[in-house]
Design a protein around this ligand. Structure first.
Ligand SMILES: NC(=O)C1=CN([C@@H]2O[C@H](COP(=O)(O)OP(=O)(O)OC[C@H]3O[C@@H](n4cnc5c(N)ncnc54)[C@H](O)[C@@H]3O)[C@@H](O)[C@H]2O)C=CC1
Ligand SMILES: O=C1O[C@H](COP(=O)(O)O)[C@@H](O)[C@H](O)[C@H]1O
Length: 255
């Protein structure tokens, strides 16, 4: 594991899950517009992901970029997702090409395809429903935030086809620490545990691929996202399953 990795959005929840699990495995450069809340063992760049010079500089000697920075709110307004998510992501892809980075891993979202659920919910959140999205479907965003994630995936497709950049888009479900989202069927169906999150991003850093869209969830019995592509192409081997918890978030083995 000799790769030098730039992690944008390092101060956020996904960033903390990734660093908590595989922080010792790589030579990281961390990047966030917020200064670090606590001291890190890694170099830290405080800058905005829309600042093309700062982003290019941060990519010096980097092999892989894990791009998490952005506005994560499903209700985020257009001006914010246009700037932070779409412009920021284009800045990252462009800088990657200019600086010779080989791979960009992009944090996409379930909200890029949220409207596949509209006519199928709540049945598709339940174990007896075998409907699956597999990453080959067209986007059907559930909000403008989802539109920005679909745009990030499409930008990645362009930078792969035009510039041969390797790009993995991870449609992350619902990351929560310790247990699945409480009393929330949708969240239980697309739960991503912290350890599965770290492992999945480790596989995205290590595996060989051209352009991929995969789902980032644990191996939940309630899932409506296929994990086959992540398993086949990346070697993803999730360990967690929301079915092992009650709806109140207690491990069933304890109750
Ligand atoms: N947490 C989740 O369950 C999910 C997260 N995602 C995506 O994963 C990524 C990370 O999400 P979270 O960690 O939950 O969000 P977060 O809000 O906890 O972290 C995002 C980080 O990015 C930084 N950031 C935002 N805009 C920036 C900019 N313009 N320049 C530099 N830094 C900037 C923030 O300061 C923050 O530290 C986001 O792109 C989000 O859309 C997608 C699906 C689900
Ligand atoms: O993309 C995201 O999705 C998760 C789950 O969405 P929700 O609408 O079911 O809460 C969300 O928690 C996260 O903040 C967002 O970035």
């Amino acid at each position: 594991m000799d790769e030098r990795v730039l992690l944008t959005g390092a101060e956020g929840r996904v960033g903390r899950a990734v660093l908590g699990g595989i922080g010792d495995a790589y030579e990281w450069r961390l990047f966030d517009r917020d200064p670090p809340a606590e001291e890190h063992d890694h170099e830290f760049v405080v800058a905005d992901v829309t600042d093309d010079e700062a982003v290019r500089d941060a990519m010096a000697d980097v092999d892989v970029v894990v791009h998490l920075a952005g506005d994560p709110r499903p209700e985020a307004p257009w001006n914010s997702v246009l700037t932070n998510n779409i412009d920021g992501t284009q800045t990252v892809y462009e800088a990657a090409v200019e600086t010779g980075v080989e791979t960009v891993v992009f944090a996409s979202s379930n909200h890029a395809v949220g409207h596949y659920e509209t006519e199928r919910k709540p049945d598709l959140y339940r174990t007896d429903d075998d409907y699956r999205l597999d990453g080959t479907e067209l986007p059907r965003p559930s909000n403008l935030y989802g539109v920005s994630k679909a745009a990030g995936e499409t930008l990645g497709r362009y930078y792969h086809d035009e510039h041969d950049l390797s790009v993995a888009c991870v449609r992350i479900g619902n990351l929560t620490k310790g247990h699945p989202p409480i009393d929330y069927e949708r969240g239980q169906a697309m739960w991503l545990s912290y350890r599965d999150c770290a492992h999945l991003f480790e596989r995205c850093i290590e595996a060989d691929y051209g352009y991929e869209i995969v789902y980032g969830i644990s191996d939940n019995d309630r899932k409506y996202y296929s994990l086959e592509r992540a398993k086949d192409v990346l070697g993803y081997d999730p360990q967690d399953n929301s079915a092992e918890y009650t709806m109140a978030g207690e491990p069933k083995s304890d109750v």
